[in-house]
Design a protein around this ligand. Structure first.
Ligand SMILES: NC(=O)c1ccc[n+]([C@@H]2O[C@H](COP(=O)([O-])OP(=O)(O)OC[C@H]3O[C@@H](n4cnc5c(N)ncnc54)[C@H](O)[C@@H]3O)[C@@H](O)[C@H]2O)c1
Length: 273
């Protein structure tokens, strides 16, 4: 939604596909004339094709495709992974991106080229940021971005990815799993702690993602394809002690404490022969 708002500000015409029909209709009503909404479950190939064909028909082609739909999906660890859990996450997060690109291609070619932006995640680069199936899917999105970029360069189509870090959205409080009161509480707690999660001391917001998407959408990034951009306030740079001075002090204190203990043990050994 944040990206739609930014693109509207920039004068774009947008067709939004989602399964959240109430929010989609409200968005279309808010930006009547510039934004249209169409129900599209991105796990359904025919619905993806219908969405791309509608965009092509409405606009005389497609300039920009933002493959962004997603959810945390199955939380299974390796020991209790199931085929169904695995497949549902890959269908939502990877196959949807691949098919989105496939069905946008003729409409981008009609415009002489275009720009595809895929939402991956910091979870696709390191362990510890999401469930196993989700993280694997996001890593696949990063590589799909590279191979699609290579495949489509001759058609004038660029393909790039963004890797959000922690961004305050609804993804952590899915309506089907978290009751509204608890969701509000979780959101408030996250908003308070988010600025301390990464080196840049502010909460990551949808507007931060929108700015990156806009960069990849425009000619400002004309010489960039196959890239993935971390939009994470620096979260990727390393463990907390590498960027938090207080944590560094604490680590130094602990190291000194350990050295003192070690030296005391050595001295005791020497005394006792
Ligand atoms: N918020 C974060 O911290 C974060 C971090 C890394 C990556 N991401 C990625 O960013 C993207 C956007 O997520 P968000 O954080 O804005 O969460 P969000 O829950 O606010 O938005 C996700 C949207 O995807 C839609 N969606 C879910 N399943 C769908 C389906 N089958 N078909 C069509 N639409 C579907 C939802 O209805 C919702 O509108 C996702 O791909 C997510 O994995 C988010």
């Amino acid at each position: 939604m944040g990206t739609v708002e930014r693109f509207v500000d920039e004068g774009a015409r947008v067709l939004v596909g989602d399964v959240s029909d109430g929010a989609g209709a409200a968005l279309a009503a808010k930006f009547d004339g510039q934004v249209a909404y169409r129900h599209c479950d991105v796990t359904d190939e025919s619905q993806i094709k219908a969405l791309m064909d509608e965009a092509g028909a409405r606009f005389g082609g497609i300039d920009v495709l933002f493959n962004n739909a997603g959810a945390g999906g199955a939380p299974n660890r390796m020991a209790d992974m199931t085929g169904a859990a695995w497949d549902s996450v890959q269908a939502l997060l990877v196959r949807s991106v691949a098919l989105g690109i496939t069905y946008a291609i003729p409409h981008m070619k009609a415009r002489g080229g275009g720009s595809v932006i895929n939402t991956a995640s910091i979870a696709g680069t390191q362990a510890g940021y999401g469930p196993i199936a989700y993280s694997t899917a996001k890593a696949a999105v990063i590589h799909l971005t590279r191979v699609a970029a290579a495949d489509l360069a001759r058609d004038g189509i660029r393909v790039n990815a963004i890797c959000p870090g922690l961004i305050l959205t609804n993804i952590f409080t899915p309506a089907e799993a978290v009751p509204p009161g608890l969701a509000t509480m979780i959101k408030q707690t996250m908003a308070q702690s988010a600025p301390n999660t990464q080196p840049i001391e502010k909460a990551g917001l949808p507007a931060d993602i929108a700015a990156a998407v806009l960069f990849f959408a425009t000619e400002d990034s004309a010489f960039v394809t196959g890239a993935h951009l971390m939009v994470d306030g620096g979260l990727f740079v390393g463990p907390r002690n590498s960027w938090d001075p207080e944590m560094r002090q604490e680590r130094t204190r602990m190291m000194e404490e350990r050295r003192a203990t070690f030296e005391a043990a050595q001295a005791q050994d020497a005394q006792s022969g």
